[in-house]
Every structure is written in structure tokens, then in C-alpha cells.
Design a protein around this ligand. Structure first.
Ligand code: C2O
Ligand code: CU
Ligand code: CU
Length: 502
């Protein structure tokens, strides 16, 4: 699964052009309006990668977890009030200090805590009232990634909450059970705020029976990579990379060197790639298979047996690992990242003697995800092209403009979008394509039926260079929504457009 393609000729041309100063070949293609370039920033994307000149080939190694610390399990957010039909929550974006490294306080950001956030639980058919508070020193927004919600409440760059201010949003929960998440989305500052620690999980529940128990055999796994400076602080400006910031330090749920203790039973892991740009190919160190039961938008029609799974930024997968199959003595099962040549330990498991004899289950989804012939045969009505790297990224040849609506679509109508990751002269890179306010279905990737685990609801689709995918998109609510690359620095650099749904 080598996904980064490098075209040597392009590389050579680039070596020459970038050797002559700032003559980037991308400046001359007439696609990037120069008034959208930030003149205050140096235009040296290529030299930023040093003499490696591998361009898109980010290869900052990630340190393996030593398993020293038991994984932090974020608390479930307590409601301010809850009835059968309604729930009230308060979510406060704040800054604080967190002991990530023994005896050292790191300045971090979090929701209702100093770092990351609680799990916010919503039930299908409930009306949710969420009070949003900004206790930061800068503007922020609260975006509900994967949630079907009207454009006003979706928390895109238009709905800024100033420092010290608050605002309440109200919406109906109308989707089936799923693992979603929330994070800030202020224009040009998303990457920095997420990097600082603003990210939390949003669990949607519905009537389906689920015998897994949170914190017992159902665990959130928020995977992030960070670089800390010598004082063990997060200095985003010092480490940011216009092509996506990677870190050498792994944090899961904010825990450094995490390990997870489990019983001999089926355990559900709700994986979220919460990193700014790093992609993870995740597997078990003993090469055993596991089952994927849900994708971004909820349960798959049926579980899919896998030996590895790739997650690009913002993608989620719920997987079930059956620890009853593993020997206790074989206490070295780990979740690892396979980066082609090497394996990085993400999460070592400690398997308890205790055999729960339990057979944890989830009821299968009620309404299977299908694409009917009428949609299958629809013409493509929207074409999206993702292109470029670093600060030169574009979407349909343009950069984000808050005051420009790029596309329109009718509420409740399904359209077929064709999304293309156009390779550039250096080959290109993976762009995870995300749409707000909807869960879409993948019709095809390069003309072929998608693999089983991409046949459920998705809100982010990873596209390799050259990939062209058709997706069926329907918005149930109205408003203005963003669609963008979920490499957060690409989003901040303008690889984002707006669709108005009426
Ligand atoms: Cu995770 Cu614009 O979103
Ligand atoms: Cu989103
Ligand atoms: Cu991108």
C-alpha cells in the first residue's frame, strides 16, 4: 500500500526551479489569484522540506509507545439537563496546563478541561441545546464533524465566537448511531487550535442494542502526533509545515506512551485520526485480523474482516478486536502503524487473565446503506478538483473566499459529485476530502466499486494522487457548508470551498 507517488522527471524540474530562488512553477499557472497569497509569509514551501527534496514525501518518524502509561479515557460530558426529548450541554473552549510529561506542565487547549475534550453523547431524535463558550484569548468556532445539522449551527468559519462570548445552538439529532467529533474551524486558525488540543468526540446513540460498555470494553482512541519543544511546550508556529504538520511524539487521548488494559473478550475501539496531516495504516502486531463495524457515519451493513486499516486525518473506524483469542502470556499484542518498512507501536495491550466469557455485541444497522439505481445512473453534476501542495493548494483552481459561494444544491436532493485528486509535477499527495453537514455514499473510486469498508456512510474520503471518486451527496438541512481537504494546513491555506444548500 504505497500511496505516495513520485514522478522523477517532475522532481528534477523542481530541483532546478527551486534552486533558482522563489521561482515556483505553481506561481505561473494562472490558477492562484495573487491577492489570496499572504505576502507576509515567505514563499518557500520547497526549501521548507530541506534538501530532502522529496516534496510530498513527509517522513518524520513517529516514536513508538513504550506503554508506560495507562490510556486516559475522556469523561462523558454531563448534561446540564436531560429529558427524553431534550438535552442541554455547555461546552467551554479554554486554555490550561496539562502534565503530559512527568512533572512538567505543558500549555494546552481543551473543552471543559485543559486538554482535548469530553465525549458528548447525543441520542437520535433528541433536541440538543448546546451552550458554546469561548474562554480562549482568540476567536474560535465549534464545528460538529460528521453531524447532520443546519449550516448556521455547523460551526464553520462564518460562525465565530469572540473571546469571552457565548452562544447557544439548538438542533435535532437525526442520524443513526455513529462516532463523530468536534473541533474548531476559525478561518486560517483551525490547524493551530487543533494542534493545541481542541478536539472532542461526539457519540450518537440510537435504539440499537449495544452490550459494549464505555471504558470497559468500548474505548475511544484519538490518535495524534505532536512535536514538543525543549521545554516540552507545543509551539505551533515553530513547527508548522504548510503541507501539513507532523509530529514525532505520539499521543492517544492525550496520553504519552499509552497502553490499554483489556479483558479477554471482544473490545470495541473507536479510532479517530485526529492528527493534522499524518496518515496511519493500523494493524495488530500479531497480524491477527479484526472486524470493522462502522465507518465515519455509523455502522456498516455488515462487519468487514480486516488485517489493516488506513485512516487519513478526521476519518473514524470502529473496530472490534477479540482478545479472547489471544494468549495471556502472549502479552505483547500491540496496535501498530505500518509505514511500509517499519512498524511503530501505537498502543500496547495488557491482556488481563480475567475471561469475561462475554460475547459483546452490537445489533446490526436497521436500514442498510444502499445506493439505488436512480442515483447510480445520475450524471455527475459537481466536479471537484484537489490540487497542489503547501501554500499552493487549490480546490477547483481557487482558494477559499469567505464571501464567495462556490456551489449550490437543493435541500434533500441527491447529487453525484466527482472528486479528483489531480497529480502535480511531483506526483502529488493524499488529500482527505471532507464535506460538512452530511454523510455521503461512495459510488465508485476510479470506476470501481469501493471496498466493503467504504460502502457505509462517510464524511471524509481519502484520495490518492490520480484518484477520481464518485460520491452521492445529499444535504438534509439548509445553510452554507464547507467542503475541503482535511489536512488542516491545506484547509487553512485555502483548499476549501463553500456550498449553499437551499
Ligand atoms: Cu473536521 Cu471542516 O472539518
Ligand atoms: Cu467537518
Ligand atoms: Cu490536501
Amino acid at each position: 500500500m504505497k500511496r505516495v507517488v513520485l514522478i522523477m522527471t517532475g522532481l528534477i524540474v523542481l530541483l532546478f526551479t527551486s534552486a533558482c530562488g522563489n521561482m515556483s512553477p505553481f506561481d505561473n499557472d494562472g490558477q492562484i489569484p495573487s491577492d489570496h497569497m499572504d505576502p507576509s509569509e515567505e514563499d518557500n514551501d520547497f526549501s521548507g522540506h530541506g534538501m530532502g527534496m522529496t516534496g510530498h514525501d513527509h517522513d518524520m518518524p513517529l516514536q513508538s509507545s513504550t506503554g508506560e502509561n495507562e490510556l486516559n479515557i475522556p469523561p462523558m460530558l454531563e448534561s446540564d439537563k436531560e429529558t427524553e426529548d431534550e438535552v442541554y450541554y455547555t461546552i467551554d473552549a479554554q486554555q490550561g496546563q496539562t502534565e503530559i510529561f512527568d512533572g512538567i506542565q505543558t500549555k494546552t487547549l481543551g473543552y471543559n478541561s485543559s486538554f482535548l475534550g469530553p465525549v458528548v453523547k447525543l441520542k437520535k431524535d433528541q433536541t440538543a441545546h448546546i451552550k458554546l463558550k469561548n474562554s480562549l484569548e482568540e476567536e474560535t468556532t465549534f464545528h460538529w464533524h460528521g453531524l447532520i445539522i443546519d449550516g448556521e449551527a455547523d460551526g464553520g468559519p462564518h460562525t465565530v465566537i469572540e473571546p469571552g462570548e457565548e452562544k447557544e445552538i439548538t438542533f435535532n439529532v437525526q442520524q443513526d448511531r455513529a462516532t463523530l467529533w468536534f473541533h474548531p474551524h476559525p478561518e486560517g486558525k483551525t490547524a493551530k487550535q487543533v494542534f493545541g488540543g481542541l478536539a472532542g468526540l461526539l457519540y450518537i446513540e440510537d435504539g440499537l442494542k449495544d452490550t459494549y460498555e464505555y471504558g470497559e470494553n468500548d474505548f475511544p482512541i484519538i490518535i495524534q502526533d505532536r512535536t514538543f519543544n525543549d521545554q516540552k511546550q507545543l509551539d505551533y508556529e515553530a513547527v508548522k509545515d504548510p503541507d501539513g504538520t507532523m509530529g514525532e511524539t505520539l499521543l492517544i487521548n492525550g496520553t504519552l506512551n499509552p497502553r490499554l488494559t483489556v479483558d479477554k473478550e471482544k473490545v470495541r475501539l473507536r479510532l479517530l485520526n485526529g492528527s493534522n496531516m499524518r496518515n496511519y495504516t493500523i494493524k495488530l502486531s500479531n497480524n491477527q485480523s479484526f472486524k470493522q463495524i462502522a465507518s465515519d457515519g455509523g455502522l456498516l451493513n455488515e462487519s468487514v474482516e480486516l488485517k489493516e486499516i488506513q485512516l487519513t486525518p478526521s476519518e473514524r473506524a470502529e473496530i472490534v478486536v477479540d482478545f479472547s483469542k489471544f494468549e495471556t502470556e502472549e502479552n505483547d499484542v500491540e496496535l501498530v502503524m505500518d509505514d511500509g518498512n517499519d512498524e511503530t507501536v501505537l498502543l500496547p495491550f495488557q491482556i488481563n487473565e480475567k475471561d469475561n466469557n462475554g460475547d459483546n455485541k452490537m445489533e446490526p444497522r436497521e436500514n442498510p446503506v444502499t445506493i439505488n439505481d436512480q442515483v447510480m445512473n445520475k450524471q455527475v453534476s459537481k466536479e471537484i478538483t484537489l490540487k497542489g501542495m503547501g501554500r499552493h493548494v487549490t480546490i477547483n483552481g481557487k482558494k477559499f473566499d469567505k464571501d464567495r459561494i462556490d456551489l449550490t444544491q437543493k435541500q434533500g436532493e441527491t447529487e453525484v459529485w466527482e472528486v479528483y485528486n489531480e497529480p502535480d509535477m511531483m506526483g502529488g499527495m493524499i488529500h482527505p476530502f471532507h464535506i460538512h453537514g452530511t454523510q455521503f455514499k461512495v459510488i465508485s473510486i476510479n470506476g470501481e466499486k469501493p471496498p466493503k469498508n467504504l460502502q457505509g456512510y462517510k464524511d471524509t474520503l481519502s484520495l490518492d494522487p490520480g484518484d477520481k471518486a464518485k460520491i452521492a451527496v445529499k444535504f438534509k438541512e439548509k445553510g452554507t457548508y464547507m467542503y475541503h481537504c482535511h489536512i488542516l494546513e491545506h484547509e487553512d491555506n485555502g483548499m476549501m470551498g463553500q456550498i449553499k444548500v437551499e
